[in-house]
Design a protein around this ligand. Sequence first.
Ligand code: NAD
Length: 269
Amino acid sequence: MSGGPTGIALIGAAGRMGRAVARAAHDSPEVSITAAVDRPAADGFGRELGELAGVDPLGVKVGGELLEALRAADVAIDLSHPSALEGVLAAAVAAGRPLVCGTTGLDEGQRAALERAAGEIPLLYAANLSPGIAVMTALLRRAVAALGPGYDLEIVEMHHRRKLDAPSGTALQLAGAARQAAKERSATIVHGRSGPAGERPAAEIGVHALRGGGVVGEHTAILAGEHERIEISHRAGSRELFATGALRAALFLAGAGPGFYSMNDALGL
Ligand code: NAD
């Protein structure tokens, strides 16, 4: 790697997040986008990335050559679609390049594939690239461990009407962290309740997805005890937040060895 800006290959470049990363990169002296990849069918395929993102030209066109893009970059950022993952992982491993993956809606097999690839390249997966969510997850872990049983956990999330997967990857990440922190809680995750649901068992985590409008992303973890209720909330103000988080993760990964990392590692939490 040279002493200049860190070169980024951006996958899903023509999408909402891809364009936001392009804008954040335009504003950062530490990185430059060296390649932009998307599907030929994507709206914006073949266009100049900076123009597409509403900033000055970045000297990169949105193309389809994944392996070539990765070879020309120091780090890759994937914010595309689960269907792209297999090809992205194969290309990152073949090119020997670190990968930040923020694509959500992955299934078990795809998560296992991420972990396998992390045996060969530095790989950071974050269902939510915002530093605030990493801090919220750490706070939730501490709260659950300190409060012990007797506090019911419900997680409520809201996102814009165009989001494809539910519940959000972040809500599942929060539920997973809480499960780990409450060692005795082999909790079942319940999505919504209706009809004669019966009394709420203690070993249950409710995860509820609201969808509507242009909401960027909101998560609240509610710990309800018999006599008190704690709520830990995070509200994303704009998707630029995730874009700057993606660049922060990429800069961290550029100096890391092979392994499976999270935003906690990038933030030194
Ligand atoms: P979007 O639909 O606007 O953009 C996705 C882009 O990926 C599109 O341009 C699409 O053409 C492209 N794409 C789809 N399949 C592809 C393939 N096989 N190869 C290459 N490109 C392909 O969606 P978005 O709002 O930009 O979100 C993209 C992803 O990032 C989603 O999974 C979303 O949930 C996730 N996301 C993650 C975070 C985070 O912090 N980790 C934040 C926001 C969104």
